[in-house]
Design a protein around this ligand. Structure first.
Ligand SMILES: NC(=O)c1ccc[n+]([C@@H]2O[C@H](COP(=O)([O-])OP(=O)(O)OC[C@H]3O[C@@H](n4cnc5c(N)ncnc54)[C@H](OP(=O)(O)O)[C@@H]3O)[C@@H](O)[C@H]2O)c1
Length: 428
């Protein structure tokens, strides 16, 4: 059989492990593909950097574009990251008729539609399993296994850094800054943790998940995003006391009337009985709710060189098999074309901790503030007495806008000293 040739763009955390697996497991992978699988070049920035394994220097080049143009590989694997030159190189690969595998969530969330269109135009494949939740098979199950079902909601813990930090805050009572420093010391968080702790990384993944789950076109700009820097030890303690745990969730769901989708990333209290509550430390998990299948959970390592390389190499084999059989894998479909609704249109339950004054009529005034904005109270509990009293309230499902108005009214009440904590409750 004619060999399937592979060019690797990037040999960093992920790419070096992809190269190692492809070289070390060449015989097995070739047998699975049904033709020799040959790594023909690796583009990097620094030719002399240590790649952590023996790599033939003749494979290395700093000119990624020439590697694609001159070697004309069958499969181009983009694991360099960033928007440019990754986008231009992927488009060049398609122009040359190559199939493309990428782990680049940032690029897919910004410009996925253009890349899918280029793949279709050139009759090629674009596979990107590693871009969301690292090693966890999730995108192919959404795109292929669940294509006969109707997905209603996807809830994901898709960022290991923030899940590690929130786990430490929950289990040791640490403050955010201390938990972040610990995550950095262990290599779970970058020196500049902004992309993780502010939710950008999770938002890019939420966009990719939502597009696949709801056959619609969703970009990063459509995703409402809140990070975890504002989560306090008292939020975490309140969650614990009320039988919840705080998680940073990527949420994509059909609106109640089915005419749009809500896509958002924010911290939320998850009941301790929910399967996502048990996802600790840097692990990822994605919980899918669909009409026929019911509830499914995908769990595993969401990052790291070898786990992510597992997903990338799986995609390489899939693309190689498609090429040998003379076809291509399933295309992205955005036929439902559902609009992404503004945050104000989404509904959820809320937890509020309200520090109240030691005055007569407190409960009545607080309850009235909720009623005034049409937010109904599910449970109310008072902790402490006198000037130490705190009301813990969980609402029934309410609109974001109504809840915001309620909080505003509460803050203006003479019996309210502070609205100490407001958090969404997700995952009933
Ligand atoms: N790290 C993870 O756990 C993880 C998980 C899921 C997805 N991803 C995604 O995988 C991709 C790669 O991540 P990573 O962590 O492996 O990144 P990384 O460690 O920074 O590696 C990037 C690699 O690309 C090379 N590179 C960068 N710009 C280049 C250019 N213009 N020409 C040639 N080579 C260039 C670098 O070369 P030098 O080595 O010579 O500097 C390096 O080898 C990103 O899209 C990321 O979002 C990563």
């Amino acid at each position: 059989m004619t060999p399937q040739t592979v060019a690797l763009l990037g040999a960093g955390v992920v790419g070096s492990q992809v190269a190692r697996l492809v070289l070390e497991q060449r015989d097995d992978l070739s047998a699975r593909v049904g033709a020799p699988l040959d790594l023909v070049g690796i583009a990097v920035r620094r030719l002399d950097a240590d790649r952590g394994f023996d790599v033939d220097p003749a494979l290395l080049t700093t000119d990624a574009s020439a590697l694609i143009r001159e070697r004309r590989p069958d499969i181009v694997v983009e694991v360099m990251g960033g928007i440019e030159p990754a986008r231009t190189l992927i488009l060049e690969a398609f122009e040359n008729g190559a199939g493309v595998v990428t782990a680049n969530k940032a690029l897919l969330a910004e410009d996925g539609a253009a890349l899918y269109a280029a793949a279709a135009r050139n009759g090629s494949d674009l596979y990107y399993e590693a871009s969301v939740a690292g090693a966890i098979p999730l995108l192919r199950p959404l795109r292929e296994s669940l294509v006969g079902d109707r997905v209603q909601r996807v809830l994901g813990i898709v960022n290991g850094t923030t899940n590690y930090i929130l786990t430490r805050m929950d289990e040791s009572g640490a403050a955010f800054d201390d938990a972040l420093a610990e995550a950095q010391a262990l290599g779970y968080a970058e020196a500049d943790p902004t992309a993780d702790v502010e939710g950008y990384d999770a938002a890019a993944k939420a966009a990719i998940i939502a597009g696949l789950a709801f056959h619609s076109s969703v970009t990063l700009a459509d995703v409402h995003r809140e990070g975890i820097t504002g989560v306090t030890p008292s939020d975490v303690a309140a969650a614990r006391e009320s039988g919840h745990v705080v998680k940073l969730l990527a949420i994509a769901e059909r609106s109640l009337d089915g005419r749009g989708i809500n896509v958002r990333v924010h911290p939320a209290m998850v009941p301790r009985t929910h399967p996502l509550a048990g996802v600790r430390e840097a692990y990822n998990a994605v919980f899918v709710e669909s009409d026929a299948a019911g509830q499914l959970m995908f769990y595993g390592r969401g990052a790291g060189g070898a786990p992510t390389a597992s997903a990338v190499v799986g995609d390489i084999v899939a693309v190689a098999r498609n090429r040998i059989s003379g076809g291509h894998g399933p295309r992205e479909s955005s036929y439902e074309a559902l609009p992404v609704l503004p945050l104000g249109a989404s509904t959820t339950r809320y937890y509020l901790a309200i520090d109240v004054a030691d005055k007569a009529g407190v409960l009545e005034k607080v309850a009235h503030a909720f009623a005034e904005h049409g937010v109904s109270i599910e449970t109310m509990r008072q902790d402490g007495h006198g000037d130490d009293a705190t009301l813990q309230i969980v609402t029934h499902s309410a609109g974001e806008a109504h809840l915001a108005d309620t909080v505003e009214t509460l803050r203006g009440l003479d019996v309210v000293r502070a609205v100490a904590s407001v958090m969404r409750v997700v995952g009933e």
